[in-house]
Structures are given as C-alpha cells and as structure tokens.
Design a protein around this ligand. Sequence first.
Ligand code: 5GP
Length: 132
Amino acid sequence: MASIFLKIINGEIPAYKVAENENFLAFLDINPLAEGHTLVIPKKEVDYIFDIEDPLYTELFVFAKKVAKGIKAVVPCKKVGVTVIGLEVAHAHIHLIPINTIYDIDFSKTKLKFSPEEFKATAQAIAGHIKF
Ligand code: 5GP
C-alpha cells in the first residue's frame, strides 16, 4: 500500500511544501514540535533511511542542508536539529526541527497547532529563503 508520503508526492493529499526537485520533497510536519518543523523525503519510496542507495542517500542530506538554511533564516532558533525516527510512516524522512534546548526535540511532547494560514505563511517564508 502506498504510504501517506507517496500520496503527498503524487498530489493526492495536500501538504505545505517548502522545497521540491526531481528526487526530493520538503514539507511542514502536520503535527510539529516547533514552528518550521519540516520533513525531507526522497520521492523514491524506501522505508528505512539506511536502505537508500548511494548517491541518493548523500543527495538527500545535501538537499536537507539547503532546506535547514532556509528554516534557520526564518524561524528564530539556536540551531536546526536533525532527527530520523521513521516508526510512524514507512517512507524514509529526515525531521528538521528548530531548537533552542535539547528538550525542544522531545517527540513525546504535545505537538503544536497552527492554522492553515499560519502553516502556509511559514512554508512560503522558508521556501523564499532556500537557495539551490
Ligand atoms: P516518524 O515516522 O518519524 O516517527 O513520524 C512521522 C512524522 O510524520 C510525524 O512527525 C507526523 O506528524 C508526520 N506526519 C504523519 N502524517 C503526515 C501527513 O499526512 N502530513 C504531514 N505533513 N506530516 C505527517
């Protein structure tokens, strides 16, 4: 069965996209730990991140680096934290999360709520600061 992320890639369900090219897509996490919490995925469906073949694997992280710089330019934070979990969605993804303390990257915390307008504004602002 196609993962929820494949449906986002194919445009079957909406997402607040921040960056896209032929092989990768970045979009806001719908249940974010912070404003600007972004997921970066390969368009090719692979469940476990360490099963992604080279050079796609390294290109994913190069793409994520560019997205992280866009996030950092928009969301006030000390750093953009990087996490890979992948226990909920079986399509490899990198979490990019603006952080100020180690506690900001605690996935057991209550997730933040934003309106569609707020998500859209954040996604557009980040997109506007990503340089390819
Ligand atoms: P993980 O697989 O890394 O444990 O978590 C999956 C992440 O994907 C979660 O942070 C969750 O909020 C996010 N997520 C799950 N379904 C959707 C969706 O349909 N749209 C978006 N934008 N994010 C999702």
